[in-house]
Design a protein around this ligand. Structure first.
Ligand code: SD4
Length: 330
């Protein structure tokens, strides 16, 4: 195919035309007018979602559980040292420490989360262990690390040479100014509907580069960076965590779907809240990116974000495709 971009026609549940970005990694199949919701289906944030979706799909297509699929999916960028915003290889905080945030939620509202976790390559699996093996829902810092060791996770250095070098350069100015859409990947958030009709989600990140030590974003916070309600749908977020927390973003998106909004309209309204509060607080919207993706119980999905550049990967019966999210700042 020679065209890089194609329009998907409006469908019953994709209320606005979406731009589809042809990825070299993905066979692009247009859904035009046959955008029938199907299950299983998995969605994940940014272009590294394509590879992550493949791992999730292997489980979903064998009638596996959405919970297992989302954990396996997000482990792909977590374990990849060239992905500099998640897990191993992630950019450090301003003290040069790689601190990771992750959470997971299943169809029965079981939840597990870790925040500011160091030295463990797969925080999502530690979050799952918090969910399944403790009476709690969230462990942070050294407590999360000690728990991980007790569960057999290995202590590893997560700061790769490239990240360390960038951090050394950053120290010269020490100016904390998050870059919007950095390298087209940030947090990976993944939500899936399995063949059995159950929803689960996972979200994992190294957070904002050069953040204060101890800073926690939205990604490990159930209701902010991720939410799943098996009766209604699921949502996950990426971008500036402070803004997502401010509106309890993903819980809001799911509640808006409960009120009857399509996934895309729910994401759009949540972004509208970010926009309004940013104006109220007299901050510059151009410095902010927030993106949501959402999936409902029927397998309908959508997304919306503050500014251009956010995309997400969808793997369903139509294949594994990258979709450019519609955005507010035109
Ligand atoms: C966070 N939403 O920690 C996450 C990921 C991120 O730019 O750093 N996005 O706020």
């Amino acid at each position: 195919m020679t065209t890089r971009r194609n329009f998907i026609k409006t469908s019953a549940f994709a209320s606005a035309a979406l731009l589809v970005n042809k990825s070299d990694a993905a066979e692009l199949k247009l859904h035009q007018n046959s955008f029938t919701p199907s299950k299983p289906i998995v969605l994940s944030t940014w272009n590294f979602g394509l590879k992550a979706n493949e791992a999730a799909w292997e489980i979903l297509i064998k009638n596996g559980k959405a919970l297992d699929a989302v954990e396996a999916g997000v482990k792909i960028p977590e374990g990849d040292p060239t992905e500099r915003s998640v897990g191993y290889g992630g950019r450090p905080d301003r003290d040069g420490r790689v601190t990771l945030d992750a959470c997971i939620m299943d169809e029965n509202a079981n939840i597990g989360s870790v925040a500011c976790l160091e030295f463990i390559k797969h925080p999502i699996s530690v979050a799952r262990a918090v969910m399944e093996k403790t009476p709690h829902v969230m462990l942070v810092g050294d407590g999360a690390f000690q728990f991980a060791l007790s569960q057999g996770f290995k202590k590893e250095n997560l700061l790769v040479e490239a990240s360390e070098k960038e951090w050394q350069d950053w120290l010269k100015s020490s100016n904390y100014k998050p870059i919007v859409n950095i390298e087209n990947h940030d947090t990976i958030g993944m939500i899936a509907l399995d063949a059995n009709g159950d929803l689960s989600g996972a979200c994992t990140t190294s957070g904002m580069a050069y953040k204060m030590h101890g800073r926690v974003g939205d990604s490990p916070i159930i209701g902010a960076g991720l939410y799943v309600d098996n009766e209604i749908g699921a949502a996950t977020a990426t971008g500036h965590g402070e803004e997502v927390i401010r509106i309890a973003g993903c819980h809001l998106v799911v509640e808006l779907m409960r009120q009857g909004k399509s996934p895309e309209d729910a994401c759009k309204e949540a972004v509208g809240r970010v926009v309004n509060l940013t104006a109220k607080r007299k901050k510059n919207l151009k410095d902010i990116q927030v993106g949501f993706i959402a999936l409902n119980k029927k397998g309908e999905y959508g997304s919306y974000c503050v500014q251009s550049g956010f995309n997400y990967a969808v793997y369903d019966a139509n294949g594994n495709n990258l979709i450019d999210a519609d955005y507010y700042l035109k």
